[in-house]
Design a protein. Structure first.
Length: 103
């Protein structure tokens, strides 16, 4: 979560901005962790560039996010989800959905 929260602080906050972190259960099988900022937001094209690391700016943001995606897929063997949604002038939300593992 650290790279996601760090990106929200660095790129998503301006004066008076805030970050909300919400953790919830889905059917006692998954945890849903959402990190939302109220920054300027991103276009769908910018999200795609970030997730595919297609520009210098995207590389600055996307390295940490892509590392998180890679670790989620590796650790949970493809059973985790990574979502990034944004609206201009509203903010950006990154959501992680991971299985609950009880040992």
């Amino acid at each position: 979560m650290q790279p996601i929260v760090e990106n929200s602080i660095h790129h998503g906050l301006e004066d008076g901005g805030c970050i909300n972190v919400v953790i919830d259960r889905i059917e006692d099988k998954y945890l849903m962790i959402s990190i939302k900022d109220n920054g300027q937001g991103l276009t769908q094209q910018e999200i795609n560039q970030i997730l595919n690391q297609e520009s210098h700016h995207a590389n600055q943001i996307g390295i940490g996010l892509n590392y998180v995606k890679t670790m989620l897929n590796s650790y949970f063997e493809g059973d985790a989800q990574f979502r990034m949604e944004s609206e201009m002038d509203i903010g950006t939300t990154v959501t992680l959905i991971v299985p609950i593992i009880l040992d």
